[in-house]
Ligand binder design. Structure first.
Ligand SMILES: [Zn+2]
Length: 223
């Protein structure tokens, strides 16, 4: 079974630009079962647009004053873990740390975990999004790129996320926002914990943490 950008996830896309969080309007050109193969995702507020090809989403640079993206290019994919094999022990560890006991859960992966994307789709039927890598395929994985420090998904879209240092602090914090409250986030031990995480465990390689509810600002009411 090949899963591409699942419609469940496409429906949760939000604009990565710095304005009020706004759902993207997705126009599907080609779908297959519950998978979106080809289409366009656009923002009605700032007209930012993303192209969906082979189930992967790449945001087009905004016309003027566009910041240079920190997206990992195809040339860097080997370093990013694409095409690098992951062994069973590593995969088992990842599944355990991310709490992917059930099949079919949505997972966000940073570039250095890209090698795990296909195995997670094949073994766990996970819905996998790899952030910050401009690539199409291997089939079954949605790559999302061209969106700088913003992870273009609504709050709580993912069951779990694996972060890395290539994301930077802003992108890491935004990734935490896209994981549901109580969901798992993990990263290499050297990476500082982004806000809103409660550390659950740590060893020489990784830490794993749980997403806490966002702080609620209670407005003071005038008597
Ligand atoms: Zn926008």
């Amino acid at each position: 079974m090949f899963l591409l950008m699942r419609l469940e996830l496409a429906e949760r896309l939000v604009c990565p630009a710095a304005h009020v969080r706004t759902p993207l309007i997705v126009i599907a050109e080609e779908t297959q079962d519950r998978e979106l193969l080809r289409g366009t995702a656009g923002c009605m507020v700032c007209m930012r647009e993303g192209r969906i090809r082979d189930g992967s989403l790449r945001f087009v640079a905004a016309q003027e004053g566009a910041a240079v993206t920190s997206t990992t290019r195809r040339d860097d994919l080997r370093g990013a873990g694409v095409g690098v094999a992951i062994d069973d022990d590593q995969l088992f560890r990842l599944v355990a740390l991310l709490g992917l006991g059930e099949a079919g859960l949505p997972v966000l992966l940073a570039p250095s975990y890209a090698a795990a994307a296909s195995p997670l789709v094949e073994r766990q039927e996970a819905m996998v999004v790899v952030f910050g890598v401009d690539a199409a395929g291997p089939r079954g994985v949605a790559y999302v790129s061209g969106c700088h420090d913003a992870v273009p998904f609504a709050d709580g879209s993912f069951h779990a996320a694996a972060l890395d240092e290539t994301m930077g602090a802003a992108a890491a914090a935004d990734a935490v926002r896209t994981v549901r409250v109580g969901g798992r986030v993990m990263a290499a031990a050297a990476m500082p914990l982004p806000p809103r995480l409660r550390e659950l465990a740590r060893d020489a390689q990784h830490w794993v943490a749980e997403v806490e509810a966002p702080a609620v600002v209670v407005p003071l009411r005038r008597a």
